[in-house]
Design a protein around this ligand. Structure first.
Ligand code: NAD
Ligand code: USQ
Length: 394
């Protein structure tokens, strides 16, 4: 398959690019390196020592004799370059990772809000618009978020994108119909993912674009079989208050003996997936595209759910580190249940890696190994959803 991976220098995009290249696909990475520029802005770095994109790609090509190509441009801005690439490369599929993905960064203030909306919505619209203009039949695989469903307890098993509802028609007769599950974003970042879904539905109906939208949970872990082949291929690991996600943050905090930073009561329940399963799911999605005229296919890309407090206790017991209950910087429910349908991937052959199997090796091989690179001043989250979420000054 000929595949363009937009955002292929990022945490999810890099291991996906290597895996698909290893599987014999022809891969082009497009990335504007905005994530690396945000590191400079936040004065923070990946815990793991990632190499420049040039060095990474040439090491992979040298070791495997494969030929990943890298092109640097902004998908949200450089439309003509994007269109030319569709014309010249004629991809069978594209994978769309190229968005600003941190909820805290999107809520830091007007700059983060405006950048996240501009970047994410224009990136998605440009990709879809360029496919239409190029007159090609390209399967779009997009990385969405479980957060589009919202995190309140609704007493339902969260379905894969669509829900059957019964309503009264104008003659007061019951009608049953299927609708997209109601969106309920909890941050500007998550809002962009709900807007992406609407764009996919529109271009699917209007232009027949084939789309698979992967509603992904929080990715944990760092390395895959491919990124482990050589130190120059190592994947990024974010631990800071903006980009670090909860489980990877806890693992790093445990490695340096920092109290685990639970927001609020820790009663929040979230969905998780290991990075190796993330890569596998994307391959499954590529190999099982929607047919012409099918509606947008939605898969819940997650393998287990955990309550934040239970996670903290698990890691605390494993590593002997204490837990610190902080005033929650986010405006979110103190506690929620979360039961999620993920039959689509399981039926297509996914065999999940569970937390209990992978946790210790992750602490040993990544968090402990690179903990000297940690800047402790970057650990606490400094992004507050509202004034009321800010800590009180003494
Ligand atoms: P990341 O920030 O590490 O990677 C995103 C990449 O896209 C970066 O390399 C960045 O430079 C690039 N990019 C952003 N805007 C671009 C633009 N306009 N033009 C070209 N390149 C651009 O993020 P990630 O963790 O790899 O996440 C990838 C996708 O997966 C995101 O869309 C995210 O919403 C989704 N996702 C991630 C997680 C997670 O836990 N990391 C969970 C669920 C969903
Ligand atoms: N949390 C803590 N302590 C911390 C960090 C986070 O208690 O030190 C809590 C948060 O308050 C939140 C939960 O853990 O309740 C998850 O936070 P997170 O930062 O791990 O994840 P989130 O902001 O939801 O975003 C991440 C990715 C995003 C992706 C999303 C999937 O950054 O790109 O879309 O996970 S999901 O959460 O399923 O929507």
């Amino acid at each position: 398959m000929r595949i363009i991976i937009f955002g292929g220098d990022g945490f999810c995009g890099w291991p996906t690019s290597l895996y698909l290249s290893k599987m014999g696909h022809e891969v082009i990475i497009v990335d504007n390196l905005s994530r690396r520029k945000i590191d400079l802005e936040l004065e923070c770095n990946s815990l793991t020592p990632i190499q420049s994109i040039g060095k990474r790609v040439s090491k992979w090509n040298e070791l495997t004799k494969n030929n990943i190509k890298f092109i640097n441009f902004d998908v949200a801005k450089n439309y003509s370059q994007l269109l030319n690439l569709f014309h010249s490369f004629k991809p069978d599929s594209i994978i769309h990772f190229a968005e600003q993905r941190s909820a805290p960064y999107s809520m830091k203030g007007s700059k983060g809000k405006r950048y996240t909306i501009d970047n994410n919505l224009n990136a998605t619209n440009n990709l879809l618009s360029a496919i239409v203009e190029s007159k090609q039949d390209v399967h779009v695989v997009h990385l969405g978020s479980m957060g589009v469903y919202g995190y309140s307890s609704v007493g339902l098993k969260i379905p894969e994108g669509y829900i059957n509802v019964k309503v009264k028609d104008y003659n007061n007769k019951d009608i049953e119909t299927e609708i997209p599950y109601p969106p309920r974003p909890g941050s500007i970042y998550h809002l962009t993912k709900t807007q992406d879904s609407l764009m996919f539905a529109f271009y699917n109906e209007n232009d027949g674009i084939r789309v698979t939208d992967l509603h992904q949970g929080i990715v944990w872990g760092t390395q895959t079989n491919e990124t482990s082949i050589h130190d120059d291929l190592i994947n990024r690991f974010d631990y800071d208050g903006d980009y670090g996600t909860v489980l990877n943050r806890f693992l790093m905090q445990a490695a340096i003996g920092h109290p685990l930073t639970v927001h609020g009561t820790g009663g929040q329940t979230r969905a998780f997936i290991h990075i190796k399963d993330m890569v596998k799911c994307i391959e499954i999605a590529l190999l099982n595209p929607p047919k012409k005229n099918d509606k947008v296919l939605v898969f819940n890309q997650m393998t287990e759910t955990h309550n934040i407090n239970d996670l903290a206790n698990k890691i605390s017991n494993l590593m002997g580190v204490s837990i610190s209950y902080l005033k929650n910087p986010r405006n979110e429910a103190n506690a929620n249940d979360l039961i999620v349908e993920n039959e689509c991937f399981l039926n297509l052959g996914l065999n999940p890696i569970t937390l209990d199997n992978g946790l210790l090796s992750e602490v040993r091989n990544i968090a402990k190994k690179y903990c000297n690179n940690c800047d402790e001043s970057k650990i606490l989250s400094q992004s507050f959803w509202t004034e009321a979420n800010k800590p009180k000054k003494n």
